[in-house]
Design a protein around this ligand. Sequence first.
Ligand code: FMN
Length: 195
Amino acid sequence: MKHITLDTTNPIWDRFFTVAPLVLVGTRDPDGALDLAPKHMAMPMGWQNYFGFVCAPSHSTCSNIARTGEFTVSFPKPSQVLYSSLAASPRSDGHKPVLDLYETFPASQVDGEFIEDAYLFLECRHHRTYDDFGPNCLITGEIVAAHAEAGFIRSSERDSAELLAENPLLAYVSPGRFASIERTNAFPFPADMKK
Ligand SMILES: Cc1cc2nc3c(=O)[nH]c(=O)nc-3n(C[C@H](O)[C@H](O)[C@H](O)COP(=O)(O)O)c2cc1C
Protein backbone atom coordinates (compact mmCIF):
# COMPACT_ATOMS: atom_id res chain seq x y z
CA MET A 1 0.00 0.00 0.00
CA LYS A 2 1.38 3.42 -0.94
CA HIS A 3 1.33 5.89 1.98
CA ILE A 4 1.66 9.63 1.63
CA THR A 5 3.37 11.41 4.50
CA LEU A 6 1.46 14.55 5.40
CA ASP A 7 3.04 17.91 6.20
CA THR A 8 2.53 18.36 9.95
CA THR A 9 3.81 21.93 9.87
CA ASN A 10 0.21 22.66 8.78
CA PRO A 11 -3.04 21.22 10.17
CA ILE A 12 -3.61 17.81 8.56
CA TRP A 13 -7.38 17.50 9.11
CA ASP A 14 -8.53 18.85 5.72
CA ARG A 15 -6.41 16.32 3.80
CA PHE A 16 -8.76 13.36 4.33
CA PHE A 17 -12.23 12.51 5.65
CA THR A 18 -13.06 11.35 9.17
CA VAL A 19 -16.39 10.50 10.81
CA ALA A 20 -17.68 12.69 13.63
CA PRO A 21 -20.91 13.44 15.45
CA LEU A 22 -22.59 16.83 15.11
CA VAL A 23 -24.16 18.56 18.10
CA LEU A 24 -25.47 22.00 18.95
CA VAL A 25 -24.01 23.47 22.13
CA GLY A 26 -26.37 25.93 23.79
CA THR A 27 -25.24 28.76 26.08
CA ARG A 28 -26.47 32.15 27.28
CA ASP A 29 -24.97 35.36 25.97
CA PRO A 30 -24.27 38.07 28.60
CA ASP A 31 -27.63 39.77 27.80
CA GLY A 32 -29.51 36.48 28.34
CA ALA A 33 -29.98 35.72 24.63
CA LEU A 34 -29.68 32.11 23.47
CA ASP A 35 -26.48 31.09 21.70
CA LEU A 36 -26.23 27.84 19.76
CA ALA A 37 -23.08 26.66 18.00
CA PRO A 38 -22.46 23.46 16.01
CA LYS A 39 -19.57 21.30 17.19
CA HIS A 40 -18.33 18.14 15.54
CA MET A 41 -15.28 17.67 17.77
CA ALA A 42 -17.55 16.49 20.57
CA MET A 43 -17.76 13.25 22.53
CA PRO A 44 -18.32 11.53 25.87
CA MET A 45 -15.38 12.02 28.25
CA GLY A 46 -15.13 8.43 29.47
CA TRP A 47 -17.82 5.92 30.47
CA GLN A 48 -19.26 8.11 33.24
CA ASN A 49 -21.54 11.08 32.67
CA TYR A 50 -19.09 13.61 31.32
CA PHE A 51 -19.16 15.29 27.91
CA GLY A 52 -16.59 17.44 26.16
CA PHE A 53 -16.07 19.37 22.96
CA VAL A 54 -13.38 21.39 21.29
CA CYS A 55 -14.01 25.12 21.22
CA ALA A 56 -11.93 28.30 21.05
CA PRO A 57 -11.51 31.05 23.66
CA SER A 58 -12.45 33.51 20.88
CA HIS A 59 -15.94 31.91 20.56
CA SER A 60 -18.87 33.22 22.59
CA THR A 61 -19.66 29.62 23.57
CA CYS A 62 -16.39 29.49 25.51
CA SER A 63 -16.77 32.84 27.30
CA ASN A 64 -20.45 32.12 28.02
CA ILE A 65 -19.58 28.82 29.73
CA ALA A 66 -16.73 30.42 31.69
CA ARG A 67 -19.24 33.01 32.95
CA THR A 68 -22.36 30.88 33.58
CA GLY A 69 -20.79 27.49 34.39
CA GLU A 70 -23.34 25.54 32.33
CA PHE A 71 -24.32 24.49 28.82
CA THR A 72 -26.74 22.27 26.92
CA VAL A 73 -26.08 19.80 24.10
CA SER A 74 -28.73 18.94 21.47
CA PHE A 75 -28.10 16.01 19.10
CA PRO A 76 -29.94 16.90 15.85
CA LYS A 77 -31.48 14.41 13.43
CA PRO A 78 -30.39 14.19 9.77
CA SER A 79 -33.48 16.26 8.82
CA GLN A 80 -32.07 19.10 10.95
CA VAL A 81 -28.73 19.44 9.22
CA LEU A 82 -29.55 22.97 8.03
CA TYR A 83 -30.34 24.10 11.59
CA SER A 84 -27.04 22.63 12.66
CA SER A 85 -25.16 24.54 10.01
CA LEU A 86 -26.92 27.90 10.25
CA ALA A 87 -26.13 28.16 13.96
CA ALA A 88 -22.58 28.94 12.79
CA SER A 89 -23.82 32.08 10.96
CA PRO A 90 -21.87 35.25 11.70
CA ARG A 91 -23.11 37.64 14.36
CA SER A 92 -24.60 41.02 13.57
CA ASP A 93 -24.79 43.58 16.41
CA GLY A 94 -23.47 40.87 18.71
CA HIS A 95 -26.25 38.37 17.92
CA LYS A 96 -26.93 35.53 15.51
CA PRO A 97 -30.28 36.71 14.06
CA VAL A 98 -30.95 33.28 12.54
CA LEU A 99 -31.38 31.84 16.04
CA ASP A 100 -34.63 33.84 16.43
CA LEU A 101 -36.14 31.37 13.92
CA TYR A 102 -35.26 28.27 15.96
CA GLU A 103 -37.92 26.55 18.04
CA THR A 104 -36.43 25.75 21.43
CA PHE A 105 -37.51 24.47 24.84
CA PRO A 106 -35.90 25.03 28.24
CA ALA A 107 -33.57 22.69 30.10
CA SER A 108 -34.71 21.56 33.55
CA GLN A 109 -31.55 21.65 35.70
CA VAL A 110 -29.47 24.37 34.04
CA ASP A 111 -30.38 27.76 32.59
CA GLY A 112 -30.30 26.73 28.94
CA GLU A 113 -32.33 25.70 25.90
CA PHE A 114 -32.49 22.82 23.43
CA ILE A 115 -33.61 22.79 19.80
CA GLU A 116 -37.03 21.22 19.22
CA ASP A 117 -37.04 17.85 17.44
CA ALA A 118 -33.46 16.85 18.23
CA TYR A 119 -33.24 13.30 19.61
CA LEU A 120 -30.89 13.56 22.59
CA PHE A 121 -30.55 16.41 25.08
CA LEU A 122 -27.80 16.83 27.70
CA GLU A 123 -27.74 19.39 30.51
CA CYS A 124 -24.17 19.98 31.63
CA ARG A 125 -22.41 21.80 34.43
CA HIS A 126 -18.99 23.07 33.48
CA HIS A 127 -16.30 20.71 34.77
CA ARG A 128 -13.00 22.07 33.40
CA THR A 129 -11.63 23.83 30.33
CA TYR A 130 -8.24 22.75 29.00
CA ASP A 131 -6.91 25.86 27.32
CA ASP A 132 -3.68 24.65 25.78
CA PHE A 133 -4.40 23.33 22.26
CA GLY A 134 -3.05 26.22 20.20
CA PRO A 135 -5.99 28.50 19.38
CA ASN A 136 -8.42 25.85 20.63
CA CYS A 137 -9.55 24.60 23.99
CA LEU A 138 -11.36 21.51 25.29
CA ILE A 139 -14.45 22.28 27.34
CA THR A 140 -15.76 19.49 29.55
CA GLY A 141 -18.94 19.25 31.56
CA GLU A 142 -20.70 16.87 33.92
CA ILE A 143 -24.07 15.69 32.62
CA VAL A 144 -26.59 16.57 35.36
CA ALA A 145 -29.73 15.72 33.35
CA ALA A 146 -30.41 13.92 30.06
CA HIS A 147 -33.49 13.38 27.91
CA ALA A 148 -34.07 11.42 24.69
CA GLU A 149 -36.89 10.93 22.20
CA ALA A 150 -38.58 7.64 23.04
CA GLY A 151 -37.92 6.07 19.62
CA PHE A 152 -34.17 6.46 20.11
CA ILE A 153 -34.00 4.66 23.47
CA ARG A 154 -32.47 1.17 23.32
CA SER A 155 -34.31 -1.74 24.90
CA SER A 156 -33.82 -5.50 25.03
CA GLU A 157 -37.15 -5.97 23.22
CA ARG A 158 -36.10 -3.78 20.33
CA ASP A 159 -33.83 -4.89 17.49
CA SER A 160 -30.97 -2.37 17.30
CA ALA A 161 -30.71 -2.47 13.49
CA GLU A 162 -34.42 -1.75 13.18
CA LEU A 163 -34.26 1.01 15.79
CA LEU A 164 -31.57 2.79 13.78
CA ALA A 165 -33.28 2.15 10.43
CA GLU A 166 -36.41 3.84 11.80
CA ASN A 167 -34.49 6.56 13.65
CA PRO A 168 -31.36 7.42 11.63
CA LEU A 169 -28.41 9.30 13.15
CA LEU A 170 -26.67 12.38 11.74
CA ALA A 171 -22.94 12.06 11.12
CA TYR A 172 -20.59 14.87 10.15
CA VAL A 173 -18.05 13.61 7.65
CA SER A 174 -15.29 16.14 8.15
CA PRO A 175 -14.54 18.32 6.30
CA GLY A 176 -17.74 19.54 4.76
CA ARG A 177 -19.96 16.48 4.25
CA PHE A 178 -22.66 14.74 6.22
CA ALA A 179 -24.41 11.39 6.23
CA SER A 180 -27.59 9.88 7.53
CA ILE A 181 -26.75 6.59 9.23
CA GLU A 182 -29.59 4.16 8.70
CA ARG A 183 -27.93 0.83 7.98
CA THR A 184 -25.70 -0.53 10.74
CA ASN A 185 -24.22 -3.88 11.75
CA ALA A 186 -23.50 -5.43 15.14
CA PHE A 187 -19.87 -4.76 16.12
CA PRO A 188 -17.77 -7.96 16.31
CA PHE A 189 -16.55 -7.67 19.92
CA PRO A 190 -14.00 -10.20 21.14
CA ALA A 191 -15.32 -12.79 23.59
CA ASP A 192 -15.16 -11.73 27.27
CA MET A 193 -14.11 -8.19 26.45
CA LYS A 194 -14.11 -5.78 29.42
CA LYS A 195 -14.67 -2.04 29.09
C1 FMN B 1 -20.40 21.62 10.76
C2 FMN B 1 -19.67 22.52 11.70
C3 FMN B 1 -18.89 21.97 12.72
C4 FMN B 1 -18.19 22.80 13.60
N1 FMN B 1 -17.44 22.21 14.59
C5 FMN B 1 -16.77 23.00 15.47
C6 FMN B 1 -16.05 22.41 16.54
O1 FMN B 1 -16.05 21.19 16.74
N2 FMN B 1 -15.38 23.26 17.37
C7 FMN B 1 -15.39 24.62 17.22
O2 FMN B 1 -14.76 25.34 18.00
N3 FMN B 1 -16.09 25.21 16.22
C8 FMN B 1 -16.79 24.42 15.35
N4 FMN B 1 -17.52 25.00 14.35
C9 FMN B 1 -17.53 26.47 14.23
C10 FMN B 1 -18.43 27.15 15.28
O3 FMN B 1 -19.64 26.49 15.44
C11 FMN B 1 -18.71 28.60 14.85
O4 FMN B 1 -17.50 29.31 14.86
C12 FMN B 1 -19.74 29.27 15.74
O5 FMN B 1 -20.30 30.36 15.03
C13 FMN B 1 -19.19 29.79 17.03
O6 FMN B 1 -20.25 30.43 17.68
P1 FMN B 1 -20.04 31.22 19.04
O7 FMN B 1 -19.05 32.33 18.79
O8 FMN B 1 -21.43 31.72 19.35
O9 FMN B 1 -19.55 30.25 20.05
C14 FMN B 1 -18.25 24.20 13.47
C15 FMN B 1 -19.03 24.76 12.44
C16 FMN B 1 -19.74 23.93 11.58
C17 FMN B 1 -20.59 24.55 10.50
